[in-house]
Design a protein around this ligand. Structure first.
Ligand code: AMP
Length: 132
């Protein structure tokens, strides 16, 4: 089972931002900026483009709903989306609130935030997500 499957089923703790029956969103533990979130399917699949068309479409719509919640919680110019998947073999979309394109540079140093700060960020996004 992938580390992200264990996160989605609660075996490994995470900072939950949003969820439904099929998908789960949580904070990246090495955030580029405050609000950097990962969105995953609960179903284990490594490569995003191996997902069947309708599942991929639902995944993207869920990511859109999470992006709306992130933007409401952390005002930004736009929420950027990126798919890398070179480290963890479980499909995931990075959602990053951007003030400029520099915020999407994955070579940037990552923020080091306390557990309390991470919890507060996740709660803010979760509140916005559940408002909709
Ligand atoms: P990549 O597969 O290249 O998209 O990178 C995987 C991303 O997952 C990195 O940004 C990591 O910081 C993040 N990550 C890895 N393990 C965890 C975890 N346990 N909780 C939250 N984020 C994680």
């Amino acid at each position: 089972m992938s580390i992200f499957s264990k996160i989605a089923n609660g075996e490994i703790p995470s900072y939950k931002c949003a969820e439904n029956e099929e998908f789960y969103a949580f904070l990246d533990i090495n955030p580029l900026v405050k609000g950097h979130t990962l969105v995953i399917p609960r179903r284990e699949v490594d490569y995003i483009f191996d997902m069947e068309d309708s599942e991929l479409a639902r995944f993207e719509v869920f990511a859109k709903q999470v992006a709306i919640a992130i933007k409401a919680a952390f005002p930004c110019v736009k929420v950027g989306q990126a798919v890398l998947g070179l480290e963890v073999p479980h499909a995931h979309i990075h959602l990053v609130p951007m003030q400029s394109e520099k915020d999407m540079n994955f070579a940037n140093p990552k923020l080091s935030l306390s557990t309390e700060e991470m919890q507060a960020i996740a709660s803010k996004i979760y509140q916005e997500f559940t408002k909709a």
